[in-house]
Design a protein around this ligand. Structure first.
Ligand code: EPS
Length: 378
């Protein structure tokens, strides 16, 4: 399975292609659109999300609500494009000043140097987190596929703007989505929202940490035999490729780095005819392979680099010192990042699931899984 996206933030549309989904998977536009709506939410988002109402159009690969095995192509229109025709038209001459005062922390400067662009808009339009809408749409397809085999994915914000949530006793996906910051600790959520208000007042931005959990996974996704097949590495790549994500942790990695081995590793028991673990500090992955425990990963998001009160920068034409150019943006996108992280985790897991069980049709995939589950029986 593989996927690609195209599209600039204020261009006409985002386009996505996913190839390798088995035939016979039921898909509904409403289900994909519901994921897109989840990504658009979250306390601390800016004006843009009031303009957009993301929804997909099927372009290929789905017939009468069912995949047919061919590449699936989808489109999400950018409503805001209508306001940017003078600056984002595919042909003609651009109007207005070019973007020449790069924002520290953004792709603006390094991208303009690398691609020989005088207008950093050529870089920032594609570097924009707008693109993650398409990853969420493609992830919704992967998620539907995984759901057919009992695999669920959820996420929750564990820290935002320096406010940390208490470890939750239970996680309810509906309740988390009802929290304006997608946090399972209501008291911490209140403090996070006040921190966002404060940052807005000062023209500043905030980052945070999101935990993503997949349950219902079979043992054996990923592989120990080659570096690029290890599930930890696959997740880290997918997570770190989301704008502003700068760190990844599988299980209790950073805590365990300071502990003795005997305090860290999850002991193996055999209860009622199956292997069991009293703890899950490994986060569901051993040797690069899922071990049947919930897969738990965390991602650290830096504060967004578009600041209303900008940092020092240099004009790329004159080389004179200037403050960075101010672009409309969000104060924080940590709650939305959780939805994107779920989507890219779904895409990686669907790919590894298909690698393990194969199948040009859903029936073939299910048969291979049944055979495998029987083999693992005592
Ligand atoms: C973004 C800047 C803002 C965000 C955008 C990401 O957009 P605009 O420049 O139009 O105000 O809203 O995120 C989205 C559009 C989205 O769909 O998530 C940036 O510079 O990365």
């Amino acid at each position: 399975m593989r996927y690609l996206t195209a599209g600039e933030s204020h261009g006409p549309a985002l386009v996505g292609i996913i190839e390798g989904m088995p035939a016979g998977l039921r898909l509904a536009k409403e289900q994909v659109d519901a994921e897109l709506a989840r990504r658009q939410g979250g306390y601390g988002r800016g004006m843009r999300m009031k303009i957009e109402r993301d929804e997909i159009e099927w372009l290929a690969g789905v017939r009468f609500g069912e995949t047919i095995g061919s590449p699936i192509a989808i489109l999400i229109r950018n409503r805001d494009h209508a306001n940017w025709l003078d600056r984002m038209a595919p042909e003609g001459e651009p109007a207005g000043r070019p973007f020449t005062r790069p924002r520290p922390g953004h792709a603006d400067l390094a991208g303009a140097q690398k691609y020989d662009r005088q207008d950093a808009r050529d870089i920032l339009e594609r570097a924009s987190a707008r693109e993650t809408a398409m990853r969420v749409a493609l992830g919704a397809i992967a998620r539907t596929f995984l759901g057919a085999f009992g695999i669920q994915i959820l996420s929750h914000v564990v820290a935002l703007g320096g406010v940390e949530a208490l470890p939750p006793e239970r996680l309810d996906a509906g309740e988390i989505d009802r929290s304006p910051v997608r946090c399972a600790d209501p008291a911490a959520a209140e403090r996070m929202m006040r921190a966002i208000d404060e940052a807005q007042l000062h023209g500043d931005t905030l980052g945070g940490v999101v935990e993503v959990i997949a349950t219902g996974l079979p043992v054996g996704l990923g592989s120990h035999v080659q570096w690029d097949r290890k599930i930890d590495g696959r997740l880290a790549q997918a997570f770190m490729a989301i704008p502003a994500i700068k760190g990844v942790e599988i299980g209790a990695a950073f805590w365990s780095a300071g502990q003795s081995g005997s305090a860290v590793h999850d002991e193996i028991l055999y209860e009622e005819g199956r292997y069991a673990r009293p703890t899950n500090r490994a986060g569901g992955s051993e040797g690069g392979v899922t071990n049947g425990q919930p897969l738990v990963a965390r991602a650290a998001m830096k504060p967004l680099s578009s600041l209303r009160r900008p940092l020092r920068s240099v004009d790329i034409d004159s080389k004179e010192p200037f403050l960075a150019q101010v672009e409309r943006s969000d104060i924080t996108a940590v709650p939305a990042a959780g939805v994107v992280l779920e989507a890219v985790m779904a895409l990686e897991l669907a790919d590894l699931f298909l690698e393990k069980f194969g199948g040009d049709s859903i029936g073939d995939t299910a048969a291979a899984l049944r055979h495998y589950a029987e083999r693992l029986q005592p």
